[in-house]
Design a protein around this ligand. Structure first.
Ligand code: ADP
Ligand code: ZN
Length: 729
């Protein structure tokens, strides 16, 4: 509750330090109010904090230190404070860690002042050194965002003198700008040109935003049906009401195309928030969002924690995407947290996807979410024709992965001047390096994982911890020389086969690890979109919404890959991924796309569902299975990962926890394990997991907190609780 505290009064301050509680301080000269951002002394340091309310009195008044100063920023709103509190309770995360997510911006306390920034000012001269060209490209990339000299030099990997040289030439302007300029205002006027199903969907979203209050809508529409076009109308309505809009995207590489669309629709670029944004710009975004001077933010999941003043709409695009689940540090699912924040502040949520998560599908089915459908692709574009290639009937030579029918289709498309995409969800050259003499497979020294050969780097890489080592010439086990061999394909190896088989085709490989920077990846994507390649080989980054107009054929090298393993979401994930990948084909509408799925089990129900196209039947069947098994979204789960250097101690602790399951039994929950986690060792730490299953609607978090709180873990043993785990590694 809003309260004002007079100078010297006892107040509670939450800091982002891992102290486990709110600390008492004295209100400073001039007083302070709840929600104020403050700087407080903590030991010898000064740290950022937020006035959380009245002090709890546990500390001797005589010894209380004073708040150093109140920062010049609008106070954190009640709504955000309750969001952080509820999110902390839900994810069983300390509140301080939640506050850190909400204040992860350097220099929040710095005085406004001015600073020197750089921008493009004139045409680039014809003759340019590489370094100068990089500077100009970096500035183009920032698209008008504030950049300092240090940031520019880093982005362009050049020295300050290169930048200064361009300033002298008049290509770049150097100016003192006030820190943290407001964002240009967006113009929501203009009318949409929605067609067909889009009209009703757009009207419904606009009405929901106009009415105000909380509501969640699942906007389901096949790839290319115009979901973005439709939800931008909801954004427009939100802006017309003077409220702020937040659009979450699952992948930084998608923001460039999206920003261009926003600029075309609203006449200016919105604020951008993700790991690729400079610190200077992040500070500007944080401040301007807090002052209401940024109307729209496009960002990654952590944008949910920005201090919006009057949020009216949150869009979660590609809501099924697994990258919305943060898997390190604070374990939260941005899709679910978006709904939570919206419920607290009374705003609308749009979850957009061609292949919704089963959770959202069920919520819509049960009437908790409104559902809107876009049935067809926009304009003349049709969904691709999907067929399986039965790999049992194909005779492939050793180290070949492209079947004859797929190769013929590729040849035909390339000959017609179209593009073909070969999809293989495996980075690197070969997933396994084996000794032909003794059968030994090279593993990571710190993890229970096989090392993946990356020929591009000329090394073996552990995909768990990132450790690398040279490809051995002699077997590390039996010492025999010259018998080490790669087994199985990764995208780099597939590229070798493609180059050998289609020597005249221009081949591009899209894999997140092959690009030094998000910028290089973006440039590659743009070049492909403009026809700079005939055959594209890609991992799952190509499945994420990129638009390649010339692409008409998608070949899936191994459609069975995701079906192996016991993950409860294996079927759902495979279905989503295959449909998304196939959806890249034939988007321009000039020629219908084809998707060919190489499979050893074409009669598998999931493969049949992918090919058959009766999506609702697939979701219904999948939902029925989950319901029968009492697993999410019909039951609740939590994963407890224990890790430590001594495997016996980790198991002993897990066993002790499992025995003391009283608090869980009281809510009817069951605990399974301890068992070695699927990846039983990462970075030298042994990992053991317990899995808790409960009915929906029981107070799971409270029971978990009580249960885990019974035992203090020994030094060096870490306990991580993962509510609603998405992956089981
Ligand atoms: P989705 O988000 O469902 O994949 P998009 O909104 O990206 O679909 O639309 C696919 C393509 O069709 C885009 O190039 C978009 O500009 C175009 N498009 C969709 N709806 C319309 C419309 N009503 N008028 C003009 N172009 C449209
Ligand atoms: Zn490793």
């Amino acid at each position: 509750m809003d309260r004002v505290f007079g100078a010297g009064e006892r107040v509670g301050v939450l800091t982002a330090e891992p102290l486990g509680r709110v600390l008492d301080y004295r209100a400073p000269e001039g007083g302070c109010g709840s929600g104020d951002f403050v700087e407080v002394p903590l030991g010898p340091r000064k740290v950022l904090g937020v006035v959380w309310g009245q002090g709890d009195g546990s500390f001797d008044m005589a010894k209380l230190r004073s708040i150093s100063r109140v920062l010049d920023a609008p106070p954190m709103r009640d709504e955000l404070r309750s969001f952080l509190t509820r999110a902390a309770d839900y994810t069983l995360t300390p509140l301080s860690a939640m506050l850190r997510l909400a204040t992860r911006t350097p220099g929040l306390g710095a005085a406004p002042g001015t600073r020197r920034i750089y921008r493009l000012a004139g045409p680039a001269p014809n003759k340019l050194t590489d370094a100068r060209l990089r500077v100009i490209e970096a500035l183009r990339d920032y698209g008008g965002a504030s950049v300092t000299l240090a940031e520019l030099c880093e982005a362009a990997s050049c020295t300050a003198s290169v930048v200064k040289g361009l300033v002298t030439l008049g290509v770049i302007a150097e100016e003192d700008a006030p820190r943290d300029l407001p964002f240009p205002s967006l113009n929501p006027a203009g009318t949409a040109r929605l067609m067909g199903d889009q009209v009703a969907a757009g009207d419904a979203l606009v009405a929901a935003v106009a009415q105000g209050g909380y509501g969640t809508t699942l906007l389901k529409g096949v790839t290319g049906s115009g979901k973005t076009e439709v939800y931008l109308e909801a954004v427009a309505e939100c802006l017309r009401h003077g409220r702020q809009a937040l659009v979450l995207l699952p992948e930084i590489a998608l923001t460039a195309e999206f920003l261009t669309r926003v600029e075309a629709r609203f006449g200016a670029r919105p604020a951008e928030w993700h790991s690729g944004v400079t610190m200077t710009e992040r500070r500007r975004v944080w401040k301007m969002v807090g002052q209401g001077a940024a109307q729209m933010v496009v960002g990654a999941r952590s944008a949910l924690f920005l201090p919006f003043q009057h949020l009216g709409l949150i869009v979660v695009d590609e809501e099924h995407d697994t990258s919305y689940k943060q898997e390190e540090g604070v374990l939260y699912n941005a899709r679910d947290m978006a709904v939570l924040r919206a419920a607290i502040c009374g705003c609308q949520v749009v979850l957009a996807s061609a292949t919704p998560s089963l959770e959202s599908w069920v919520n819509a089915d049960q009437g908790k979410y409104t559902r809107l459908d876009l049935g067809a692709r926009y304009g003349a574009a049709e969904l691709p024709e999907m067929r399986a290639i039965d790999m049992r009937a194909e005779r492939l030579a050793a180290d070949r992965w492209i079947s004859e029918p797929l190769a013929r289709a590729v040849t035909a498309r390339v000959a017609a001047g179209e593009q073909a995409l070969l999809f293989l969800n495996r980075r690197g050259f070969a997933p396994v390096t084996i000794c032909r003499a003794c059968g030994h497979q090279v593993g990571c020294d710190h993890c229970d994982a096989r090392m993946v050969e990356h020929r591009f780097l000329k090394r073996l890489v552990c995909h768990q911890c990132g450790a690398t080592k040279p490809v051995p010439t002699a077997c590390p086990e039996c010492k025999v020389e010259g018998r080490m061999a790669p087994v199985g394909p990764g995208v780099e190896r597939l590229a070798e086969e493609v180059t050998a088989r289609f020597p005249d085709a221009r081949v591009a490989v899209l894999s997140s690890d092959l690009f030094g920077s998000a910028r290089a990846l973006k440039a590659q994507i743009e070049s492909i979109a403009q026809g700079g390649a005939d055959i594209i080989i890609g991992t799952q980054i190509v499945a994420k919404g990129h638009n390649f107009p010339l692409l008409t054929l998608v070949g899936v090298i191994d459609a069975d890959l995701g079906l192996q393993g016991s993950d409860l979401r294996a079927a759902e994930r495979t279905f989503q991924l295959m449909r998304q990948v196939a959806g890249r084909a034939g988007r321009s509408g000039e020629r219908r796309g084809v998707a060919l799925l190489q499979s050893h089990q074409p009669e598998h129900p999931v493969i049949r569902a992918i090919l058959g196209g009766d999506e609702e039947a697939f979701w219904r069947a999948e939902a029925a299975e989950r319901r029968a098994a009492g697993v999410p979204p019909y039951g609740r789960m939590a994963g407890i990962i224990l890790s430590g250097p001594d495997v016996q101690k980790v198991f002993d602790f897990g066993g002790e926890l499992a025995r003391r399951d009283g608090p869980l039994r009281r809510i009817g929950a069951q605990v399974f394990g301890p068992a070695p986690a699927p990846i039983a060792r990462v970075r030298g730490r042994h990992r053991v997991r317990l899995l808790v299953k409960a009915d929906k609607g029981v107070p799971l978090q409270a029971a978990l907190a009580e249960w885990v709180g019974q035992l203090k873990p020994p030094a060096n043993l870490r306990v991580a609780v993962d509510i609603d785990p998405q992956s089981f590694f």
